[in-house]
Write a protein that binds this ligand. Structure first.
Ligand code: ADP
Ligand code: ZN
Ligand code: ZN
Length: 824
């Protein structure tokens, strides 16, 4: 045991990032015995508060004793080499600063769960652990044994079991060995992936000369003989021979193998396979570049000579992916790494399989449905130089070593923005910063650039390359606006469908072609209303109406997820005249089945693709033409590439056009252009029918004409007039509290203080349109800042000071404050 003098007098201090959302990062003293081992990026165990222990990450080592408090000592050193590198620490710091987020929150977003244990974490015994305790230390044994008795144990209880305070080093070791795993908060159970394998029974394995007896036993079955030969052949080179391999090689089946098993010649067993899926099929050579692609590629490279960021603006189906592939190959050939960012991994199975076919095992896919072990495997693979990472926004946190290219596909997509929890970052923008840190290049691509991105390109901040034609000389689909007002007047509507749309679909179905329909509302009906008194169903916890879901036969809140049984009578007046208003995808599907009784209709929305397989199955069925009409929410607008789809229908364009938001036009243009892009992607002419009441809306006009520039210019003028981005920066502040009086009072106080420093940059306090969510009452501020880096930084400092000041005041400590920089 060291004496106190030694502990406190090393003169060496370290700032430690802890997994908690405090605004500051704290300094600890490095005890003399640790001075040689301490380094940035390793984990250490420290005490915070009265008796909470955390494993945190060393940010900086320095000699400055803090003045305001007596630093506590570091208790244990967990790693002997850094688990995060210097790039990552710099990246975190920048992110915390830019997005006004505590460092601890950034670290929490960045680190896989297995690398950041905390006292409330629960651990379990891995189902793969084979109860072989032979190389365990006494303490490891105690933990494993406890876990065989109790299913799960919190880390705070492990301290009791071991009767010692510091337990993280042992736990990290057990995690590393695969003995334990962390109980996942989400209900995705950890299921190791197993493949069924075959081996010889020990009798034959031990002495292969006995195989002659086996062949004698099966000499009358050619199939069995062939299967056995195949097994013997494979065993020479492979440790675990899968059943599948034998089926393929010996053209045999499971009955043949079962026969061999019955005769005790072979045994079956399950082998857990690597959690990073291996690519099994042969690689494909990507198709020859077209002339347009060659030109675009050389333009991009030329622009990269003087620019770090290039925007590839290419119409839907122009073959942007093929260009990314070419750029990626060049980086891989130089030994560098590529980060390929996509807005939503779940919706891009087609893209993933396309890239996997080209890059095989050189690519890992990082997405939200991975379990903790898979996350660590990917983390390590990237740290060891994995050439390509394909992932959603969170993959910016992986420990790249030599990042040379960041590709941001569909850069315009709003799903790049994290809305909760902090840090509320935009994957596109931080992707560009990450590339900048490494001196790497960024290539962004889309058919519908975000206004701010195109603005930057025109200003010369980004390079710009345009592709105006589809690959293979295929024409862009024709887009028609169908007037719903007119159709109603002439009695040419059936429910929400114009007869024109119905007739067109009928013709297409006759030809065996497929249809995609878009309606941005899931469930059956968004409102249930009393026809007598006007009462409608509202969520108990949020200020929104509840959607009727027929399949579940209940009402659901799409804000908080709560569910309620259906009322039989109006709770307000007792009338039984309750009617359903509005059309969700579920209701539309039902109507389509009646209108087109011979067509196979399926629905693609959050409710039908809750599992990864459901989505894949749906896509495969559609690809195999087992589905005629696919009706879906915005999921159907993104990236799908089906060659047999000739008609795309938008049931109500008005939905997105008339949202009170400065980005309503931008969103609508993107949405309508992208969904149109799903039509006529192969040889057949595509047709898009957009139903709308407000047919004269200028955005619709530009969508029909494919006039991006006209839309862009008009939109930019509006933004300038009202000082919206890109002519300003927006930061949203949201206050939340269970008591409306408290949150209103807090809003008033904060508003007055902010205005004192920031003047009319402050809009608010205001009640948002949904003013209560999950029983929390909300008050919003929007801060509009002129484009001037110095001013922006000053404003951010004021916001931090004032919001911290607010929660430091008596009576307001339980007010929650969300800060959202560059809010959408
Ligand atoms: P975008 O991403 O620009 O919308 P895609 O990359 O999806 O376009 O390409 C459109 C279609 O053209 C896809 O089906 C793709 O497989 C095909 N394609 C693009 N480039 C080539 C090429 N060089 N050789 C063969 N097929 C290509
Ligand atoms: Zn009523
Ligand atoms: Zn709710």
């Amino acid at each position: 045991m060291e004496n106190l003098h030694d502990i406190y007098n090393s003169g060496v201090y370290a700032t430690i990032i802890l997994p908690i959302a405090t605004p500051k990062i704290y300094t600890y003293v490095v005890p003399k015995s640790f001075v040689d081992q301490i380094q940035s990026g390793i984990r250490v165990e420290v005490q915070f508060g009265k008796n909470k222990l955390y494993s945190g990450i060393v940010y900086e080592i320095h000699k400055n004793k803090p003045k305001e408090y007596q630093p506590k000592p570091i208790l244990t050193i967990i790693d002997d080499k850094p688990i995060v590198n210097m790039y990552q620490l710099k990246f975190w710091k920048w992110m915390a600063n830019y997005y006004l987020s505590p460092m601890g929150s950034v670290m929490n977003a960045a680190l896989p769960a297995n690398l950041k244990l905390a006292s409330e974490t629960k651990i379990m015994l891995s189902p793969l652990f084979d109860n072989d305790f032979s190389d365990f230390s006494d303490k490891e044994y105690l933990i494993a044994e406890a876990l065989t008795i109790q299913n799960e144990i919190a880390i705070s209880d492990i301290q009791k079991i071991l009767d010692q305070k510091t337990v993280y080093p042992i736990l990290y070791k057990l995690l590393e060995k695969g003995v334990i795993y962390i109980k996942e908060e989400m209900n995705t159970k950890y299921k190791p992936k197993l493949i069924s394998c075959v081996k010889l029974t020990p009798y034959y394995q031990e002495d292969q000369s006995r195989l002659a007896e086996a062949f004698e036993k099966i000499k009358r079955s050619l199939k069995q003989t062939e299967a056995l030969l195949a097994l013997i052949q494979f065993q020479k080179t492979i440790d675990d021979v899968s059943r599948k391999k034998i089926y393929e090689k010996a053209n045999s089946s499971s009955t043949v193998l079962k026969e061999l098993e019955k005769k005790e010649i072979i045994k079956f067993y399950d082998k857990p396979i690597s959690r990073i899926a291996k690519h099994e099929d042969d690689l494909l050579v990507a198709g020859e570049l077209s002339e347009h692609q060659v030109t675009a590629l050389s333009d991009i490279k030329e622009q990269f000579e003087k620019q770090n960021v290039v925007l590839l603006h290419g119409v839907t189906g122009s073959g942007k992916t093929r260009i990314y592939i070419e750029m990626m190959k060049e980086v891989i050939a130089k030994g560098g790494q590529v980060l390929y960012l996509l807005p939503e991994i779940a919706l891009t199975t087609q893209m993933i399989s396309r890239l996997k076919k080209v890059f095989g095992d050189d690519i890992v896919v990082s997405h939200s449905r991975l379990n903790n072990n898979q996350r660590v495997d990917i983390w390590k693979a990237v740290g060891n130089g994995m050439p390509v990472v394909l992932g959603a926004r969170s993959s910016v946190f992986l420990p790249f070593k030599d990042l040379q290219l960041v590709i941001i596909d569909e850069e315009h997509d709003d799903s790049f923005k994290q809305s909760a929890p902090a840090p509320r970052y935009n994957g596109r923008d931080v992707g560009i910063y990450l590339a900048h840190l490494f001196g790497a290049k960024t290539l962004m691509g889309t058919a519908t650039p975000a206004i701010s991105t195109y603005y930057n390109a025109l200003k010369g901040k980004f390079g710009l390359v345009e592709m105006t034609e589809r690959f293979g000389g295929i024409s862009m689909p024709t887009i028609e606006i169908i007037d719903k007002k007119d159709a109603l007047k002439k009695n040419r509507m059936k429910s929400v469908f114009t007869l024109k749309l119905i007739e067109t679909i009928e013709e297409v179905l006759k030809k065996g072609e497929q249809v995609i329909l878009f309606q941005n509302r899931r469930g059956y009906s968004p409102v249930m209303q009393c026809e007598v008194c006007g009462w409608h169903t509202e969520c108990k916890h949020c200020d929104v109406s509840m959607t009727y879901h027929k399949y579940f036969n209940n009402l659901q809140c799409h804000y908080c997820g709560s569910q309620q049984n259906l009322p039989t009578d109006c709770p307000a007046c007792g009338s039984s005249k309750l009617s359903l208003k509005g059309h969700g995808t579920e209701k539309i599907l039902e109507e389509l089945e009646i209108i087109f009784p011979h067509a196979k209709v399926k629905r693609m929305d959050l409710d039908t693709v809750r599992t990864k397989n459901a989505l894949n199955d749906l896509i495969t069925e559609f690809e195999n033409k087992e589905i005629d009409i696919l009706i879906g929410t915005q999921m159907v607008t993104k990236g799908l590439d089906f060659e047999n789809v000739t008609i795309v229908g938008v049931l109500s364009a008005d939905q997105s056009l008339h949202v009170p938001d400065y980005r309503a036009n931008e969103r609508s243009f993107q949405l309508l252009t992208q969904v149109s892009g799903r039509a006529g992607r192969a040889k057949k002419e595509g047709l898009v029918m957009i139903q709308a009441f407000d047919t004269s809306h200028p955005v619709l006009h530009d969508v029909v004409q494919y006039d991006y520039i006209n839309y862009f210019k008009r939109e930019l003028r509006e933004r300038q007039k009202f000082r919206y981005p890109p002519y300003s920066r927006l930061i949203k502040i949201t206050l939340k509290h269970r008591d409306p009086k408290v949150v209103n009072e807090a809003g008033k106080i904060l508003g007055a203080r902010l205005k004192r420093y920031l003047g009319d940059r402050v809009l608010g306090p205001a009640k948002p349109s949904v003013a209560r969510v999950r029983n929390q009452f909300l008050i919003d501020f929007l801060i509009k800042i002129e484009i001037n880096n110095k001013v922006i930084q000053q404003v951010k400092n004021v916001i931090l000071e004032q919001t911290n000041g607010l929660t430091g005041m008596k009576g307001f400590s339980s007010v929650r404050v969300n800060l959202d920089v560059d809010v959408y």
